[in-house]
Design a protein around this ligand. Structure first.
Ligand code: CS2
Length: 491
């Protein structure tokens, strides 16, 4: 089967929508760090819509900071890939042309720095996942003991981390008198722009005070709320899409039809007209981030740990189980919902129902294991912020404790049948050691893990109601299993 490429676009079936602009004329305006499936189905999709409607020099250079796989998928395809929107109503296919080049940071770090320093680059956006920020999840401070950060401070011309690349490129622009770019964080962190600015400035201060001051005065770090469910592409997906296209596309991405992007409207040097193609440009995104992180991502994480341990591979299977649906509904109404004040005109009840419908989309194979990754980096903003609010008002914390207990059970690394769980988390070894040391004592297990202050802060270990309720859930999970415990409580 022939490979998708610019030369064979005309062979595609007529129901695949195609770029409406001249790709050959398209120049780069954006560098994106972390070009995984999410970026290709979200920010690149919005930028494609802008290019289709208005044109402009907003081509994307996609960068991988670790593996060459996306570059190897897209380079032989001239950067083209198919975005497939899937739901019960069928499929919609769109060929995306906005990515014009792909580079792999570790292959030539200096080249990527100089590319980011070019005056035509007006925005550097990021989807590097929570752990890519090399910060302390509980405080949001730069973790200067992180090996990549230590390396980058000593070797700024050959950085490894996204923070190092950004500071190196900003330093080049400072030196050459080039206008600064906008740094646009698109990861699921609250106040993501602010958090990133703090880390960039903390890092730059270690290089030079003048550079740090220049960055502060000249660089915008808008916060954003990004939303679209994008499961990792599988080989089955590639085979299905190959049949539909009549061409092999190694870079295909599968997503739900829904997408949302709320962006704080402050840019250093212009931006694509994303507001004309469905994105919401606002003065303050914090409330939107809070709503999404606590309701969507919080529910996702609870479903991921409880679902995985109950033997469900996919989120839609979790949503097929009435006890789990009741648990999610109650969590949205109570533990998370009570901590949120929605903006005027925002129908929060409709939003919650829409989330449950999105979770139930059987056409998406969204693995519980995928969402379960990196829990140590996710729980603070997804569950622990609501927990602190609820503890203050003596409010409902039961399902948050259930979620934390399920995570503690999950990171023990052994499932209920005695099989190994492949726990993917930067703190996996530490979590495993604490679980092993407290295998026969649920109370000691919870206290040991909740005592990790880089995840739980210094406060939560002293919140007895939280600790005891979590111990209670972990004890039940160990005695009866997760599925039966949840059925017993929520049916
Ligand atoms: C998920 C998110 O993997 C995860 O942790 O909760 O990727 C989620 O699918 C997106 O944030 C949806 O916008």
């Amino acid at each position: 089967m022939n490979r998708l490429s610019q030369a064979c676009v005309s062979e595609l079936p007529s129901d695949v929508s195609l770029p409406k602009y001249d790709r050959k004329q398209l120049k780069a305006g954006i560098v994106h760090l972390g070009i995984g499936a999410f970026h290709r189905a979200h920010q690149a999709f919005y930028t494609e819509a802008v290019l289709n409607k208005f044109g402009g020099d907003w081509g994307i250079v996609g960068c991988s900071l670790r593996s060459p796989s996306v570059r190897d998928q897209l380079a032989p395809q001239d950067g083209l890939y198919t975005l497939v929107e899937r739901s019960g109503d069928g499929e919609k296919l769109q060929l995306i042309g906005a990515v014009i080049k792909n580079v792999v940071g570790p292959e030539n770090p200096a080249e990527l720095v100089s590319l980011m320093a070019q005056p035509n680059i007006k925005i550097v956006s990021l989807t590097i996942t929570e752990k890519g920020y090399c910060h302390d999840p509980a405080t949001g401070n730069l973790n200067s003991a992180h090996p990549d950060i230590e390396h980058d401070i000593q070797n700024l011309s050959h950085p490894k981390s996204a923070i190092g690349f950004l500071v190196a490129a900003l330093a080049e622009r400072f030196k050459s008198g080039t206008k600064s770019f906008t740094v646009l964080s698109c990861d699921n962190l609250p106040n993501n722009g602010e958090v990133l600015e703090k880390m960039i400035v903390q890092f730059a201060e270690k290089i030079s005070a003048e550079l740090a001051a220049w960055i502060k005065a000249n660089t915008c770090f808008p916060s954003t709320m990004v939303d679209r469910i994008v499961p990792a592409t599988t080989d089955d997906d590639r085979r299905d899409v190959e049949k539909r296209l009549g061409l092999r596309d190694e870079g295909v991405v599968i997503a739900e039809p829904f997408s949302q992007w709320v962006i704080e409207d402050k840019f250093s040097d212009g931006r694509p007209q994303w507001d004309q193609v469905g994105a919401l440009l606002v003065e303050d995104v914090r409330v939107f981030e809070k709503i999404k992180l606590r309701l969507l991502n919080g529910a996702h994480s609870i479903m991921a740990y409880t679902g995985y341990l109950s033997g469900f591979d996919y989120i839609s299977e979790v949503m097929n189980e009435p006890a789990f649906v009741n648990m999610v509904k109650t969590y949205m109404a109570r533990e998370a919902g009570e901590t949120i004040v929605a903006p005027a005109g925002f129908d929060i009840e409709a939003y919650k129902q829409q989330l449950r419908d999105r979770f139930s989309n059987k056409a998406l194979k969204h693995r519980t294991w995928q969402i379960a990754m990196d829990g140590s980096q996710k729980l603070p903003q997804r569950l622990l912020e609501s927990l602190r609010v609820q503890l203050k008002s003596n409010g409902n914390i039961d399902i948050i404790c259930l979620g934390v207990a399920a995570w503690i059970r999950y990171v023990s690394g052994v499932d209920e049948k005695g099989n190994a769980i492949e726990v993917s988390d930067p703190f996996a070894a530490e979590l495993r050691a604490l679980s092993d040391a407290n295998k026969d004592d649920a109370a000691a297990n919870v206290r040991a893990i909740v005592g990790i202050s880089k995840i739980f802060g210094d406060d939560l270990i002293n919140e007895e109601r939280f600790v005891l309720t979590t111990i209670d859930w972990l004890t039940r999970f160990r005695a009866k299993g997760v599925l039966d415990s949840i059925r017993e409580s929520f049916l």
